[in-house]
Design a protein around this ligand. Structure first.
Ligand SMILES: [Zn+2]
Length: 634
């Protein structure tokens, strides 16, 4: 196989997962489990269905009507009469294409026709019956197939051997095939436990249920053990459509008031007495033992009294959780989850929050005591809940009172389009904590994108918030202290492929957002500048991304040149070549930052000994209610 073809295959597999997603936040009030059967062998209903019924439960059967009555690799397939039994027992029917087409090997048109044919065959057999969900036969779908299939169903299920939690893809829900662990009940039990701990939706799949199962099925005994353990886990067990209804998935008829409505009703009654909006300060924390206490103190010191603080420890391996727990109180809630990245931690914090406004705060940054109050003052005068509030931010390492506040073109009142044009065209950014976001805007923007693990997740998220807003109002009196680090910073890209992939995805989304607002010469130029400036991170070591970037540049009517290097590096480049020069530039950047960091730490330590951390600079009007703790001797 030629390299070109292998590269193409890689792209397709990757894009099946990334493209044409219907992102949807899975956060049930109670963990969910569904049982599904692919191909609908008779035994799945007669044996498997009876086992579920004996617990008062039902399943979803994904049928290929072209296989009716046939002997398939997964056993004897159902006959027409079985459909009546299925509906009588309260099970659901789902679609699996008429001819059981391979989702990867079949061309999109043939695949879609097979769905239409399956639907027609069903309405001939059971007039009025409809398929509402789908399961991809055999393989992962081609991206185009995925895009087409999505429009036919409320949700589509694939494999993946895991459960759905946080932001899931309704066009490609994950499932766990039981036959793959049929000699290992413990791993199934562990998965059920994890689904309970993380509050997810676990979808089991298998085929036949028989004393002598095919390689694609399992025994009644094994299946009954799984069902019993699932019931014992306290999860709610529902067939797929009912689960989607409970999750309030788009397009699903609402059967009961959604948790969100109930929560907002509670919120209103709680907020009534003070009439002031509740602000949720949400802090994701990973290995932040050194900083978290200061960050929490700055949150507690907010002069805005009506607040709640939520810390989500993202599986830290240091003492972060212990530090956070020292602050636990009526107004500080601390939860911990296995490490899933900052985006998942942020979504978790958001799911627990009740505030009318959201203040995001990273575990090493600080808020000036009146940060929220200053922005809240403006709220009364601002134009509704769709207005997004921002503030200045200063950068520091240890000596926050020496923070540098350097204004940029983003530090003013701007329309969404103008803001994005300036950000991308001039390579600017706004720090996460500068924003104060209404719940209405937060809900319109959707959850944090968990695909952007480790890089530019906030850049992408606030683009979506911005797109949903009526514009940005800049509040110059509100202040944020942004702690910048050297090589160990989350936002340092370095040479990690995961981070580069995340940055590249975020960049493509940025360009899409800007062009969705306005596809003009101005927006194309800003997009080209943005591509050109960030090309540095991919140049030469990621030819795949560079050629994709080049292709996008051509679509925008431009062309990318080699990345720009400052003059000292240009000279070096001609001697040691581009790749070595880039490595050198990155190394020097790290060196320079760690040197600055060490120096700042030393000076901070001296200041602490002399002044007990009294503010030295009039500019920084930050006085915390408690003195900062002494710094570890260096
Ligand atoms: Zn199948």
């Amino acid at each position: 196989m030629s390299f070109r073809f292998r590269l193409k295959g890689y792209y397709q597999r990757k894009s099946a997962r990334l493209l044409f997603r219907k992102p949807f936040l899975i956060r049930p009030q109670q963990p969910l489990i569904s049982f599904t059967f692919d191909d609908f062998p008779r035994s799945a209903l007669l044996v498997g269905g009876s086992i579920l019924n004996s617990f008062g439960l039902a399943a979803t059967y994904y049928a290929s009507l072209g296989l009716i009555g046939k002997e398939a690799p997964s056993g004897q397939i159902f006959v027409a009469d079985d459909l009546a039994t299925l509906f009588d027992q309260g099970h659901e029917l789902g679609c699996h294409t008429f001819a059981h087409c391979d989702s990867w090997e079949t061309d999109t048109e043939t695949f879609e026709n097979s769905i239409v044919e399956n639907r027609a065959a069903l309405s001939r057999l059971v007039p009025g019956a409809e398929f509402k969900t789908f399961s991809y036969p055999i393989s992962l779908p081609r991206p185009r197939t995925k895009a087409k299939v999505a429009s036919h169903f409320l949700g589509c299920r694939a494999g993946g051997q895991t459960f759905n939690v946080g932001t899931a893809d309704l066009n490609q829900l994950s499932a766990y095939f039981l036959e793959q662990s049929r000699h290992d009940i413990q791993s199934v039990k562990n998965l059920i436990d994890r689904n309970r701990q993380e509050g997810g939706w676990l979808i089991f799949a298998t085929h036949d249920i028989s004393d002598h199962p095919t390689p694609f099925g399992c025994t009644p005994d094994f299946f009954a053990q799984v069902v019993r353990y699932a019931v014992g886990s306290g999860a709610r067990i529902l067939p797929v459509i009912q689960a989607l209804e409970v999750l309030d998935a788009p397009g699903c008829r609402q059967v009961r008031p959604s948790p969100r409505l109930v929560a907002s009703a509670v919120r209103v009654s709680v907020s009534q007495p003070s009439l002031k909006p509740l602000v949720s300060i949400l802090i994701p924390a990973y290995n932040a033992e050194e900083w978290l206490a200061d960050t929490l103190r700055s949150a507690l010191a907010q002069t805005w009294e009506h607040k709640e603080i939520i810390v989500v420890d993202d599986g830290s391996t240091d003492r972060t959780l212990a530090v956070a727990q020292q602050f636990e109180s009526d107004s500080v809630q601390v939860v911990s989850q296995p490490n899933q990245g900052a985006t998942a931690a942020r979504n978790k914090a958001l799911s627990l929050s009740k505030g009318d406004y959201i203040q995001w705060l990273d575990a090493d940054d600080l808020l000036a005591p009146d940060k929220i109050a200053r922005q809240a003052e403006v709220l009364d005068r601002s134009r509704g809940k769709r207005m997004l509030l921002s503030s200045p931010f200063g950068q520091f390492m240890y000596r926050w009172y020496r923070a540098q506040f350097v204004p940029t073109a983003l530090w003013s009142d701007l329309s969404p389009k103008e803001w994005l044009l300036r950000k991308m065209g001039q390579n600017l950014f706004m720090q996460t904590a500068t924003w104060l976001v209404s719940r209405e805007l937060t809900e319109a923007a959707g959850p944090w994108d968990v695909r952007l693990r480790g890089n530019d997740d906030d850049g992408e998220y606030f683009c979506r918030v911005l797109l949903a807003s009526n514009g940005v109002q800049f509040v110059p009196e509100a202040r944020v202290y942004y702690r910048v680090f050297g090589y160990d910073s989350l936002s340092y890209i370095g040479v990690s492929d995961v981070k580069r992939d995340a940055l590249w995805l975020s960049m493509q989304l940025h360009i899409g957002y800007l062009r969705s607002l306005e596809d003009s010469p101005g927006s194309r130029t800003a997009s080209l500048d943005y591509l050109q400036r960030n090309l540095f991170y991919f140049y030469l070591d990621r030819p795949d991304i560079v050629s994709h970037a080049q292709q996008i540049a051509r679509d925008l009517g431009g062309e990318l040149g080699p990345p720009h290097l400052s003059w000292e590096y240009s000279c070096i480049k001609s001697v040691i070549g581009w790749e070595m020069t880039k490595r050198l530039a990155l190394e020097l950047r790290i060196l320079r930052k760690s040197a600055n960091k060490a120096l700042d730490k030393a000076l901070f330590s001296i200041d602490n000994r002399i002044h007990a951390a009294r503010p030295l600079d009039r500019e920084a009007r930050v006085v915390f209610t408690e003195p900062l703790p002494p710094v570890k001797p260096i």
